[in-house]
Ligand binder design. Structure first.
Ligand SMILES: [Zn+2]
Length: 268
């Protein structure tokens, strides 16, 4: 097929799928776009946190423990792109209560969040939420919204020169409420198929509410909607799945915390 004709076909296909419901159109955007965006954004974050990212070779036990949580989620059978993306974990030594995952599976977790939580299932819940953002390709949704069809088509037909700009635009961009709700739901779905107690997937929200700390201390909530009904919705979803119990792994989590670097000016 001639390239120009091919482009017209792709354009037509995209216009059709964009105007229909659901997110089936995303399958027309190659996964290489997520991966490339992820790499570009990762370069920026690695630079931003270059003095705070804990090198894996110096913190092997910590990385092994947190990577095990990540692997359990990725092998839950519910993550669509376990084998497509190069899932990678980096731990940032900072008291911030936050975690995020870039397109293509680059996960960052702050030590402040690890310290704040009470058990492994709660951390798995936050990781599941972040993994869902990448797995459900929510950055592609944002791109479609921010840049429109033309930029997406440029990417699809191979004009990737603008990817760096796009990656810069993606940093700090909020996801829609629908995407957040989907990430919450999939966090429960993932955990439900692991050893973890999926009813703890909302444990971070519960803790923030209990501590009455929601807006003040958690940057997680500056890039995510406030809990409001989110924790209840997650619990309802867990019950809908069958309400199966699981492990919280509190004792094991205490050991994880022992591997965290000892900082002086910590809040938690
Ligand atoms: Zn989110």
């Amino acid at each position: 097929m001639k390239r120009s004709f091919q482009n017209v076909v792709i354009l037509f296909a995209l216009m059709v799928v964009f105007t229909s419901c659901g997110d089936g159109w995303k399958k027309y955007i190659p996964l290489s776009v997520d991966k490339e965006l992820g790499i570009q954004a990762q370069n920026q974050y690695d630079l931003m946190y270059k003095n705070q990212i804990l090198p894996e070779k110096d913190h092997q036990e910590l990385y092994d423990k947190i990577n095990l949580i990540k692997e359990r989620i990725l092998k839950s059978g519910k993550v669509a792109h376990t084998d497509d993306f190069d899932w990678e974990l980096k731990i940032i030594n900072d008291s911030v209560l936050n975690a995020f995952c870039l397109p293509g599976g680059k996960i960052y977790i702050f030590t402040g969040l690890i310290k704040y939580l009470d058990n492994e299932a709660q951390l798995a819940g936050v990781m599941g939420h972040e993994i869902a953002h990448a797995d459900k390709r929510h950055s592609i949704d944002n791109m479609a919204k921010q840049l429109g069809l033309a930029a997406l088509i440029n990417l699809v037909i191979g004009d990737a020169g603008s990817l760096i700009d796009i990656a810069q635009n993606l940093i700090g961009l909020k996801f829609s409420r629908d995407n957040e709700a989907q990430a919450d739901e999939y966090s429960v779905n993932y955990l439900y198929e692991t050893v973890y107690d999926a009813s703890e997937a909302n444990g971070f929200f519960n803790k923030l509410e209990k501590d009455n700390q929601e807006e003040e201390i958690s940057p997680f909530l500056s890039t995510h909607p406030a809990p409001e009904n989110r924790k209840e919705n997650m619990l309802v979803h867990w019950k809908l799945l069958g309400g199966k119990g699981g492990e919280k792994m509190e004792a094991n989590y205490l050991k994880i915390k022992e591997y965290l670097p000892k900082n002086n000016n910590e809040k938690w």
